[in-house]
Design a protein around this ligand. Structure first.
Ligand code: GTP
Ligand code: MG
Length: 566
């Protein structure tokens, strides 16, 4: 290929693409980018605004020596994109047990040796663990189904089968797990066996069920003829069995809120027990049993996983307000920045380091015995007016800030009335909260009335047999008290306002009116912007910043730490 520069096709630094279709698009893009950045972007912007910004110096602190300002006004293709999924459903299958073995000792001079068939191995378990470092559920969403290994069959010489391999599901801290349905064949079998026993009791028969052959329960010696079993009286089947581990499983329906990193994995579904070898069925009637039992089938659990990111501070703002630029200015984040709405399509988390590790912490305030060395900030996609009616990207992203300890409302001083913007944002947050509470209530009601936890019913009926009063367990579920809602109201969280783009001209009046509005909220002369009573309004403040020039942002950590420490 001839040198592009020398062939004179660079017109004002931009290649005329239609002349050179063989030049690939990536190369063209990099050339354009180089042309645009011959003068640093921030410098261009500074040049254009420096003439007009004379009166804004009052609200912004004096300019700091320039840090790497280009980082704060990056080109739209300079960002880190990691795969992100915050909601998925997945089915776990615990391992089935291996079958018992039918085998006999074979030795010289022993014509018909005693039975020595080993038991089947136990199936693999499913464990779950919330760990630091995981940030998304995309890997699990892609799998859809996760199966633990099945136990191996038993073998001769009394050798038990090998255990099935366990599965460890690692999820990000902040994941909420809800059971949708489960299929537990052992519980179903327990329920069936129980009803059979009751039937037998009613007919005043002997409870022992003898002489029955069920193909799904027994293994038959392959070397024998079918006629051998036709008239045989089978021993009583040991019935459905569970491993001891199954007792440590969480109760159905499972609901977990994994909001802390876990040191040890937690058992979600225990593997099924293996079948019994033929040694278990030796009796005087049957000294050489040619039968063994099959392993229990493993249970399946279908769950919904939802990631609610855990950050100390949540940024809420209209699109294009400058949230991502602010995150870049405060942290090392490489969130995407662009001069159009909905640049950010997935949440970004950044960490503000308070301790420079060069001696003293930069901010000394901290709880007793636990000085804070950092805090995290979550930047989410922009929220627009009427987002609760599914406009824009809707309100679902607000779930990532509903657990944040402090909310930071980012308003653009150059984009009209900042008080109106703040109130619009609070209205949407309020709508989200109402919607969330309705959803939790509806789900709780549904769980208590409609949901039929097969395992609980079956086991309680089974256990009730021992006490002879099964009706006790048939209480009407709708009479049970509702469990309390676990999340505190969002309006009770401390909040403050970050007024961005204060470097732009004619933003000072807007900031002044914002400040007087917040003072009125503090005094109680004006209602809380969400319109809710008992909302937090102790000391909401506004911090003017120019995120793009990293001016004023150094005040934010102190405000946040103050609010975090209560
Ligand atoms: N002059 C000026 N421009 C800014 C400032 N902060 C951000 N901008 C510009 O505003 C535009 C939007 O910035 P973003 O950080 O992408 O805004 P956002 O709120 O994350 O937008 P969405 O992700 O779409 O919600 C970009 O062109 C930034 O360069 C600022 O303090 N001053
Ligand atoms: Mg953004």
């Amino acid at each position: 290929m001839p040198s592009i520069r020398s062939s004179g096709c660079l017109i004002n630094g931009i290649l005329a693409p239609f002349l050179y279709p063989f030049v690939d698009k990536q190369f063209l893009r990099s050339l354009r980018h180089a042309a645009r950045h011959r003068l640093p972007a921030c410098q261009r912007r500074l040049d254009s605004t420096v003439a007009s910004q004379t009166n804004n110096q009052d609200i912004l602190p004096p300019s700091r020596p320039t840090q790497d300002l280009e980082r704060l006004d990056p080109s739209p293709d300079s960002y880190a994109l990691t795969p992100f999924t915050d909601r998925c459903t997945i089915t776990f299958h615990a391992g089935s047990g291996g079958h018992g073995c039918i085998s006999f000792l074979r030795e010289k001079y022993i014509a018909a040796g005693p039975p020595n068939g080993g038991d089947g191995g136990t199936g693999g378990n499913i464990y779950i663990q919330a760990v630091r470092g995981e940030t998304s559920l995309h890997k699990l969403a892609r799998r859809g189904i996760l199966k633990a290994g099945a136990g191996k069959n038993g073998a001769g010489k009394n050798r038990g089968g090998e255990r099935g391999g366990d599965v460890l599901v690692t999820v990000p801290v902040g994941t909420v797990l809800r059971e949708v349905w489960r299929r537990d064949p052992v519980a179903e079998e327990e329920a069936r066996a129980y009803s059979e026993r009751r039937k037998a009791k009613r007919a005043e028969e002997d409870g022992a069920v003898k002489g029955q052959y069920r193909r799904d329960q027994w293994m038959l010696y392959p070397g024998s003829q079918p006629s051998e079993f036709r008239n045989m009286e089978f021993p009583k089947h040991p019935g459905p069995r569970r491993s001891n581990l199954a007792l440590t499983q969480p109760k159905a329906p499972v609901q977990l809120d994994l909001d802390k990193p876990m040191e040890q994995p937690m058992l979600l579904a225990a593997g099924a027990l293996g079948g019994l070898g033929n040694t278990h069925f030796v009796s005087t009637d049957m000294p050489r049993p040619k039968i063994a039992t099959k392993g229990e089938p493993g249970m399946s659990l279908h769950v919904q996983l939802e990631l609610k990111l855990l950050a100390d501070v949540g940024l809420v703002g209209l699109p294009n307000a400058g949230k991502s630029t602010l995150l870049r200015a405060l942290t090392n984040s490489r969130a995407r920045v662009g001069d159009w709405a909905f640049t950010t399509l997935q949440p970004n988390i950044g960490t503000v380091v308070l301790d420079s590790h060069k001696g003293r912490p930069m901010i000394t305030a901290g709880r007793k015995g636990d000085p804070r060395t950092n805090f995290t900030i979550a930047d989410i996609p922009g929220v627009i007016e009427d987002a609760h009616l599914d406009k824009g990207l809707g309100l679902s992203f607000l779930r990532h800030i509903e657990r944040a300890a402090v909310l930071a409302f980012v308003v653009d001083l150059s984009a009209g009335d900042s008080v109106a913007a703040l109130r619009a944002l609070w209205r949407e947050v309020g709508e989200y909260e109402t919607f969330r509470n309705e959803e939790i209530n509806a789900e709780t009601q549904k769980r208590l009335v409609d949901w039929k936890p097969l395992v609980n019913r079956a086991t309680s009926e089974f256990e009730s047999d021992a006490f002879g009063d099964p009706e006790v367990f048939e209480a009407d579920a709708s009479e049970m008290p509702l469990p309390p809602l676990t999340l505190p109201p969002i309006t009770s969280k401390p909040w403050f306002v970050v007024a961005t783009k204060a470097d732009l001209p004619e933003t000072q009046d807007n900031f002044a009116s914002l400040q007087s509005y917040l003072a009125a909220v503090r005094d109680g002369t004006v209602a809380h912007p969400s319109g809710k009573k008992n909302a937090w309004k102790d000391r909401p403040s506004a911090v003017p910043v120019s995120a793009i020039k990293a001016e004023g942002v150094e005040r934010i950590p102190a405000v946040v730490v103050d609010l975090l420490n209560g």
